[in-house]
Write a protein that binds this ligand. Structure first.
Ligand code: CDP
Ligand code: CDP
Length: 215
């Protein structure tokens, strides 16, 4: 349906993208797509298949043999690798430490960006990641960049009981050649350092109205 649209939510690690995207999708009745999970699933597959994430030729050879199936369940994106849902393993340290390396491989991005764009056939979306407003849906009028200070983001992640190489991933994600993390042209930045989740959701809804959405 050509009237389907995408709301792009980008930002650094642990800024609150998934939480806010999920809440926005509920409020607006849209499908929520977590693109970080797609990159994480490929990183998980390199561990399962004992492939060196830094060896792009080996990663691509692995991908040739794997089936990556993207779907939607209960209004949220799902991903299967050869029919298996990696589940909570996607948030493990081993995945955190190599996901940015895998995500810097241009062909990996190309494959996943195509799958991300295909979701628009299913309905209107809230999609969160790093390059949604800049690369995946550059023409959407609805673009939000959720930021927060590094200190706050580290505190949010550890409050979840998770260890994570947040700063290392941010540096790699910002410095890579292909589709680095940037504030997309036309995006509105929300600095959420001093905001709770409700406040960020309200600020995001207000931004979307300014960007032309009628809800
Ligand atoms: O939840 P968190 O912000 O910590 O990370 P995520 O959104 O699950 O993304 C995990 C990693 O996937 C990022 O650090 C990036 O390396 C990569 N990623 C990307 O390159 N492009 C996207 N659109 C989404 C994620
Ligand atoms: O998806 P991303 O990695 O950007 O962040 P998230 O997983 O949505 O949020 C990381 C943690 O920060 C979660 O536990 C959220 O509940 C929390 N959070 C918060 O405390 N205040 C906010 N304004 C946004 C998120």
């Amino acid at each position: 349906d050509s009237s389907n649209f995408a709301v792009a939510i980008d930002g650094p690690a642990a800024s609150g993208k998934s939480t806010v995207a999920r809440r926005l999708a509920e409020r607006l009745g849209l499908i929520m797509i977590n693109t970080g999970a797609m990159y994480r699933a490929i990183a998980w597959a390199t561990i399962e298949n004992e492939v060196d994430a830094a060896d792009s030729a080996a990663v691509l050879a692995m991908l040739d043999k794997l089936e990556v199936t993207c779907g939607v369940k209960d209004g949220t994106s799902t991903i299967l690798i050869d029919g298996t849902d990696p589940g909570d393993a996607l948030r493990e340290d081993a995945v955190n430490s190599r996901v940015s390396t895998v995500a810097a491989i241009p062909e990996v991005r190309h494959l996943l960006v195509e799958k991300q764009r295909e979701y628009l056939k299913l309905g209107s979306l809230v999609m969160e990641g790093r390059d949604i407003g800049s690369v995946v849906f550059p023409d959407t009028p609805y673009k939000i960049y959720i930021d927060a200070s590094e200190e706050v983001r580290l505190a949010r992640r550890s409050a979840e009981g998770l260890t994570d190489v947040v700063s290392k991933r941010d540096e790699e994600d910002s410095k890579r050649k292909t589709s680095p993390l940037v504030v997309a042209e036309g995006a509105t930045v929300i600095d959420s350092s001093e905001m709770d989740i409700d406040e960020v959701v309200e600020a995001a809804l207000a931004t979307l109205r300014t960007q032309g959405m009628n809800d």
